[in-house]
Design a protein around this ligand. Sequence first.
Ligand code: SAH
Ligand code: SF4
Length: 360
Amino acid sequence: MPDNSPNSPLTDLRNLTLKELTDFIVELGEPKFRARQIFSWLYRPQISSFSEMTNLALTFRARLQDIARLSSLQVDKRQEANDGTVKYAFKLADNALIESVLIPDDNRHTLCVSSQVGCAMGCAFCLTGTMGLRRNLTAAEIVNQVIHVRNELEAKTNGKGRINNLVFMGMGEPLANYDNLRRALDILTDDNGLDFSQRRITVSTCGLVPKIEQLGAETKVNLAISLHAADNETRSRLLPINQTYDIDALLQACRAYPLPKRRRIMIEYVLLAGINDRPGDARRLIKILHKLRCKINLLPCNETEALPFKRPERAVVEKFQHILQEAGYTAIIRESRGAEISAACGQLANKRPGNCHQTT
Ligand code: SAH
Ligand code: SF4
């Protein structure tokens, strides 16, 4: 049985990068190469205990058992929508709930993961924002979302199905939990870990400029920006973070982001009726995005009773898209997937959190 107690004195090995695990093993007086051996066991399908790590001496396995543990996530609820979208509510060791959403698209799968319990950023249109921040997720809690869904998918498809893309668009602001995000990315992209290519991972942010710079300097993952408005007055009303890092500072960080060839930044734009959906907003957007290598995802607002925002009429959404396309931008209307199971963007609440649902 995995030990998931939050106060456990045992070291959770799934919470360590390979480098950290190496330090841990060396401190035990074991040779360095053991760390890589253990690390590669940690992320194999269906491994849940040290006793399964058969190339380690029995005495060492017993020693590990006494000082270390392998955490996993407990499924609180699993819901599958008609379109195949699966929403997982995971219960953490302290009973907090987070969600992950698996979105199938032809033969590909995108997994949307959470990075925090709640969120401190307080965006006006987002249900997660209304609950405030309860806590950051650990690296293990981030990685375990991926392990759980990957194991289930592989078991269901006889090893054929895999998660092709990972998006940090679930509950929370990933760049506000930078250190654990960074460690989770290390584990997810290590070829002895979950072996994801960095270009298959997208981190979405409301605009923490210094952390965008750090992410660009330290990783090669894709960046998605929740822009949502083309002028500072509207953006500051919708996203309080704009009062600290305004549109100029944000887009400057985007322009400086070291993008590999042929890759583009994803600009996310929630369309809120009567607030940011007019042709003038689209034209201003064109102006401020000038020469930025980007594609634009238009997200018609997911309405919730708790918040006063409305989704614009379809014609308004299409007109907005058309103006952007005429100016040469790739602009895609992202329809909510799994809406009937509240798996859609911004439907995260503390009772039964929902989640975002975009494929990249
Ligand atoms: N905190 C990060 C990651 C969450 S991503 C960020 O904000 O980028 C979730 C995406 O869903 C964000 O683009 C967010 O702005 C969007 N979203 C939030 N509430 C929404 C709503 N009511 N309708 C549609 N999209 C929403
Ligand atoms: Fe947090 Fe993102 Fe929601 Fe804003 S949109 S409150 S940053 S989860």
